[in-house]
Design a protein around this ligand. Structure first.
Ligand SMILES: Nc1ncnc2c1ncn2[C@@H]1O[C@H](COP(=O)(O)OP(=O)(O)OP(=O)(O)O)[C@@H](O)[C@H]1O
Length: 350
């Protein structure tokens, strides 16, 4: 499937501004970006629920601009399930098959097979309001499955689930994709989910594609400051002009929290302001008073504060049993292989 120069405005809002994207056959691709970046608009244009102002959607090389939504071989799964409340699970699964006039016995067979795959076969006679959120989401996935589409569109299908269920349903989704190998376009605003779910991620910002690539590649080599800050939690430390990360006029220098090691010989001296303990790891919020030098007197801090970007907050990710407390002074060593440089003016990676 290919999106070519897709643009869409709603009144004065530009939802999409020339989006080009090649989605490979059988791929699970994740669209990620902050609220309002245009993710759902892309899905609506692919599904035919909305028309682009410019550009086109090609499925198997064919412009589907004139194909109405119900004729597109596309199944959509939303965050809010959109199950028919007056139908049982079986009724919900059969609905699309009946519309397509699939013979009764065959429809029953397909509905059962989908229910078994998603482990909801024992719920076939229940109504949506008799099920948990996770079960309803699996019904929604099963309903998409019986449509046997050539593309699945998944709009934040896990967003309303609690953490454990989200984890389990995400695994279901991955298993389903691995088995079917059908093209899936998945939308999330959750950067952690984008990292775990998808052969490639597409990072969107205000209707434009910022970067496309395998999750690890985008994480390791963000194309610009926006992507660098958006992917990764806590976000990458960025210092305009380099500062304590090494003087670099005209550049913004970045290092991820996990690439700052506590090292008594390290070049950056910091004061720990807060410690967040997360069980498997800890996050230290620190402040570097001045670059390099050993002086940490109050006046040195004042001097540093006066200088551009010298008073720098650095977030450090470390192991859980670190023994560090607020107020401690530490030295940090950035991994020289993991320093990122961006042009301060354009934000582009250098
Ligand atoms: N029907 C509409 N009428 C007016 N503006 C709209 C409409 N649909 C979307 N927009 C605007 O277009 C922009 C993109 O919206 P879209 O829903 O695609 O964003 P999104 O990335 O999916 O956001 P979210 O993560 O919040 O769902 C937003 O500024 C939104 O307010």
């Amino acid at each position: 499937m290919r999106l070519e120069s897709l643009s869409k405005r709603y009144g004065r809002v530009t939802a999409l501004d020339g989006v080009d994207l090649e989605v490979r056959a059988g791929e699970l691709i994740t669209l990620v970006g902050p609220s309002g970046s245009g993710k759902s608009t892309i899905l609506r244009l692919i599904a035919g629920l909305d028309r682009p102002d410019a550009g086109r959607v090609l499925v198997d090389g064919e412009d589907v601009g004139r194909v109405p939504p119900h004729r597109r071989a596309i199944a959509m799964v939303f965050q809010d399930y959109a199950l028919y409340p007056h139908l049982t699970v079986r009724g919900n699964l059969l609905f699309g098959l009946r519309v397509r006039r699939v013979p009764r016995a065959e429809a029953d067979r397909q509905a059962r097979a989908a229910a078994e795959r998603l482990e909801i076969a024992d719920l076939l006679d229940r109504y949506p309001d008799q099920m948990s959120g996770g079960q309803r989401q699996r019904v929604a996935l099963a309903r998409a499955l019986v449509r046997d589409p050539s593309v699945y569109l998944l709009d934040e299908p896990l967003a309303s689930l609690d953490a454990q269920l989200r984890f389990a349903t995400r695994a279901d989704l991955l298993a389903m994709h691995q088995e079917l190998r059908t093209t899936m376009v998945h939308v999330t605003h959750d950067q952690a989910e984008a990292m775990t779910l998808g052969d490639r991620v597409v990072v969107l910002d205000r209707g434009r594609v910022r970067q496309v690539g395998p999750p690890q590649e985008v994480y390791d080599e963000p194309a610009d400051v926006f992507v660098a800050r958006f992917l990764g939690s806590p976000p990458m430390n960025l210092v305009v002009g380099g500062g304590v990360l090494g003087d670099a006029p005209g550049f913004t220098v970045g290092v991820r929290p996990e690439d700052l090691a506590i090292d008594p010989e390290g070049p950056i001296e910091v004061t720990v302001e807060a410690v967040e303990t997360l069980g498997s790891e800890a996050i230290l919020l620190t402040r570097a008073a001045a670059s390099g030098g050993a002086s940490t007197s109050a006046s040195a801090i004042a001097d540093a504060n006066a200088g551009a970007g010298a008073d720098t907050r650095l977030t450090v990710r470390t192991g859980p049993r670190h023994g560090v407390r607020p107020g401690d002074r530490l030295r940090l060593r950035p991994d020289p292989e993991r320093i990122h440089r961006f042009d301060t003016e354009t934000g582009r990676r250098r």
